[in-house]
Design a binder for this molecule. Structure first.
Ligand SMILES: [Zn+2]
Length: 102
């Protein structure tokens, strides 16, 4: 598999991970504002780097997802926008030439 194809494949997986990091970020944001025991653990200094990492991954994977949705990520074979519309997850096959990245 060509290097560019591998890169688009990894980028697609990262974009789809937005649906993991996004909700994690929301849960973390809610917990830091709650006064529960779990909220106090999340607010302790040891969790701060984890919270920052999840926020950063959430933002970056969200940006990757938006780039697929807006057609900014091009298919390595046909050069057309890789994402063809539809569901929330970016599909593994190209909308134009049906190249599969899995
Ligand atoms: Zn294609």
């Amino acid at each position: 598999m060509a290097e560019h194809t591998k890169r688009v494949k990894r980028y697609r997986l990262f974009a789809n991970s937005f649906w993991i990091f996004g909700p994690l970020f929301v849960v973390g944001a809610v917990l830091t504002r709650s006064q529960s025991a779990l909220g106090r653990v999340v607010n302790s200094s040891g969790f701060l780097p984890v919270a920052l990492a999840v926020s950063l991954l959430g933002a970056l994977s969200g940006a990757a997802w938006v780039r697929f949705r807006w057609g900014l990520v091009l298919c390595p074979r046909c050069g057309k926008p890789f994402y063809g519309g539809g569901g929330l997850l970016i599909d593994a096959s190209c909308a134009s030439c049906h190249l599969r990245l899995s």
